[in-house]
Design a protein around this ligand. Structure first.
Ligand SMILES: [Zn+2]
Length: 323
């Protein structure tokens, strides 16, 4: 199994770059945690140089990388100071297509799908007076790279950097690049399917309907419902429905409930009044125009109560064509 150290740059009193109210150290940590998740799902063993907002010296970071026996070390940063887009640094001793250059190029190619690249291809080296300029690249044993995901003080980049969805996509891009480098499959996140239980509603069809503590007339009456009242049905138990009612629900005889399904309709007259009640004697709250679509809550005599505004309203059902 491949081993990677992710190094969230800065931390503690060292905030790194600052822009639009965001601190680089926070972005670096968030991004690193996302990347850790992406890599671990793909079977990579990951260690972080810091897991919270604490100061860790460069020497400590390098010690952690070397002690872990990492195959790759990646330091997560975001830029500032005039510019836009992504850049990644690798060792001056990595020829094109090999190790540092290879992993940097693979990552940049993926990141290019969601972020501009700086320069020709986003891939850079920086020479210091004694080999590599960057301590993290120079002093670590394994192949090491530094990514700069964008400019925290740039108006365009900040739209991405302040968006958690984008940060997640950025972690995915980096993880895919790293997996390609290791020649292992990247395992994407597949959300658990959450089947929506079918929600059913019903309307009481008798003048008074008992709500009981169990599915039978031998059970205690907890309360009553009146004709036309709407109930949310949990499930059927023999000839009874268990319904959502109060804190604990109750049971009603199913023959006295007319099940209604979600219905939509279209207005068939040029102007249709929306009233406060099911009759022309009620106040006109507003109007609908021909062709407008309405969501019908339930029929009330010759009228429909509909979802409308904050409190709903009533429309004459003959002027609604159910779709
Ligand atoms: Zn930085």
């Amino acid at each position: 199994m491949y081993r990677v150290v992710i190094d969230p740059g800065h931390g503690g009193y060292d905030s790194g770059a600052i822009g639009f109210g965001l601190l680089e150290k926070d972005l670096n940590l968030k991004e690193s945690l996302y990347l850790k998740e992406e890599l671990e799902r793909s079977g990579v063993v990951v260690k972080l140089t810091r897991e919270n907002d604490s100061y860790v010296s460069l020497n400590e970071r390098v010690s952690i990388v070397n002690a872990f026996g990492a195959d790759l070390a990646i330091s997560e940063h975001f830029n500032a100071g005039g510019g836009t887009g992504f850049e990644v640094y690798h060792s001056i001793y990595s020829p094109i297509g090999q190790l540092g250059n290879l992993v940097a190029s693979l990552i940049a190619a993926e990141v290019s799908k969601i972020q501009n690249l700086r320069g020709d291809d986003g891939v850079f080296t920086k020479k210091g007076s004694d080999g590599d300029y960057f301590f993290f690249i120079r002093e670590t044993d394994p192949t090491a790279i530094i990514t700069e995901g964008g400019f925290i003080d740039n108006e365009e980049d900040i739209k991405k950097l302040s968006n958690d969805n984008w940060l997640r996509q950025y972690a995915v891009a980096q993880a895919i690049g790293i997996c390609k480098y290791f020649n292992i499959p990247y395992v994407p996140y597949i959300p658990e399917p959450t089947p929506e239980p079918p929600v059913q509603y019903g309307v009481v069809t008798v003048s008074v309907l008992n709500i009981r503590s169990g599915a039978g007339t031998q059970y205690e009456v907890l309360g009553t419902l009146n004709k036309g009242e709407k109930v949310k049905i949990a499930n059927q138990v023999g000839d009874w429905y268990s319904i959502y009612w109060g804190d604990h629900g109750g049971f009603v005889y199913s023959k006295y409930i007319q099940v209604i399904t979600e219905q939509y309709g279209v207005v068939t007259v040029s102007v249709l009044n929306v009233r406060s009640g099911a009759g022309t004697q009620y106040e006109v709250l507003g109007t609908l125009n021909k062709g407008e679509k309405v969501k019908i809550a339930n029929p009330v005599g010759d009228w429909y109560s509909i979802y409308w505004g904050d409190h709903g309203g009533f429309v004459y059902s003959k002027y609604i064509q159910v779709i």
